[in-house]
Write a protein that binds this ligand. Structure first.
Ligand SMILES: [Zn+2]
Length: 75
């Protein structure tokens, strides 16, 4: 029996897996995987993203928010 929903169980880095060298802020569909419904960035230990890509991802998400491609954290 599974208690709770764990949608981010895969522990590999999606960017390394797809051989993405640079995280594009314009790739909103991809970025959406790494933010919660409330707009929070999912931490590395949960998403499995490597340190290098997580840093790029954070920058990309912040940029996407400024350009209104992604929502800011909303209560
Ligand atoms: Zn990576």
């Amino acid at each position: 029996m599974v208690i709770g929903i764990k949608p981010y169980r895969k522990r590999y880095c999606r960017f390394c897996d797809k051989k993405i060298d640079k995280v594009e802020y314009k790739d909103v569909e991809l970025l959406k995987y790494f933010v919660t419904e409330r707009g929070k960035i999912i931490p590395r230990r949960i998403s499995g993203t490597c340190a290098r890509h997580q840093r790029q991802l954070t920058t990309a998400i912040k940029r996407a928010r400024i350009l209104a491609l992604l929502p800011f954290i909303g209560e």
